[in-house]
Design a binder for this molecule. Sequence first.
Ligand SMILES: *[C@@H]1O[C@H](CO)[C@@H](O)[C@H](O)[C@H]1NC(C)=O
Ligand SMILES: *[C@@H]1O[C@H](CO)[C@@H](O)[C@H](O)[C@H]1NC(C)=O
Ligand SMILES: *[C@@H]1O[C@H](CO)[C@@H](O)[C@H](O)[C@H]1NC(C)=O
Length: 349
Amino acid sequence: MGHPTTAAVLLCQLGLTAAIHWLGLTESGSGVAWNESHHCRLLAGLVPDQFQMCRRNLEVMHSIVRAARRTKSVCQKTFTDMRWNCSSIQRAPSFGPDLLKGTRESAFVYALAAAAVTHSIAQACTSGELPLCSCGSVPSEVPGPDFRWGGCGDNLRYGLQLGTAFADSPLKSSKLGTQALKAMNLHNNAVGRQVLSDSLDTKCKCHGVSGSCSVKTCWKGLPNLDEIASDLKSKYLAAIKVTHRLIGPRKQLIPKEMDIRPVKETDLVYLNNSPDYCTPNLHLGSLGTQDRQCNKTSVGSDSCNLMCCGRGYNAYTEEVVERCHCKYHWCCYVVCKKCRRKVERYVCK
Ligand SMILES: *[C@@H]1O[C@H](CO)[C@@H](O)[C@H](O)[C@H]1NC(C)=O
Ligand SMILES: *[C@@H]1O[C@H](CO)[C@@H](O)[C@H](O)[C@H]1NC(C)=O
Ligand SMILES: *[C@@H]1O[C@H](CO)[C@@H](O)[C@H](O)[C@H]1NC(C)=O
């Protein structure tokens, strides 16, 4: 190799893309039946361990493709009111600098993606989609006086086992990417799964004469991914900047500003500052907020003031068509009229 630095940079970039490369399965994996092992070759971005897992566990790939699709849509939905709106995730399996450089934004996406895989597998067990798992085990807690354990709980344990193996393997097996970045991504993956595990909740169904609820059956179930994403968004806003430093015998992630509290297992962490995402800068992965819609009456991040970074906004009216004057007809349909209504919209200059 004549140009070791060029090669190193290239390898480095490959390593950076690889860890959430599997989000690209939404494009390449959607129409695949996943019933023959050569299907695993369809995604070049699977690292060897993921490839092995695919071959051994073909059925689980449906859950992983579903997790990739949900990660993309839920991320965008969760960030519609922010300057950075998760748009670059749409480019998976290749990403922009906003998701490659150890930023706060990549911390969120890694955590969400890791939670999504585990979530998806845990629920696939419940729905009977996977041959090697079924309902979660009966909780060890003693049931309350008014209910008994029953139904089919989400199999969080199996989801964690396979989900961790899948999401973390690019960070464990490959020698690409910096140690610091791998440590950051591994930490954030674990945070995503921790938030998911903590969200496991008791859900119940009533039985008894005409819904009297004299008998209740309960199980442990996971909330939908939007709820997990919303928790992770709070953690994104409070994320801690860290460095990878030698503490005793090994390197650890420690807060950059020493006066803040130590990193906890539930804190998202990042290595590099993000741009403010106000103006376009391809080098930094910022699209800018020109033409983004803002909310004139909001005081939050979607307010015209914050979203437009003080540049001001343009107003226009849009006509929306809605269903209205709906009448219920016995039995069993509803007839509505179409009403037109004018709404004011505001977009950033
Ligand atoms: C895999 O699924 C496809 C489409 O459903 C089917 O045509 C094919 O025969 C299946 N292959 C095996 C090995 O079952
Ligand atoms: C996100 O913001 C960009 C840049 O302003 C815009 O082009 C894109 O349509 C937005 N995406 C979504 C999903 O809102
Ligand atoms: C704008 O923000 C206000 C206050 O938060 C909210 O009630 C309203 O629904 C928002 N409007 C739109 C169009 O999102």
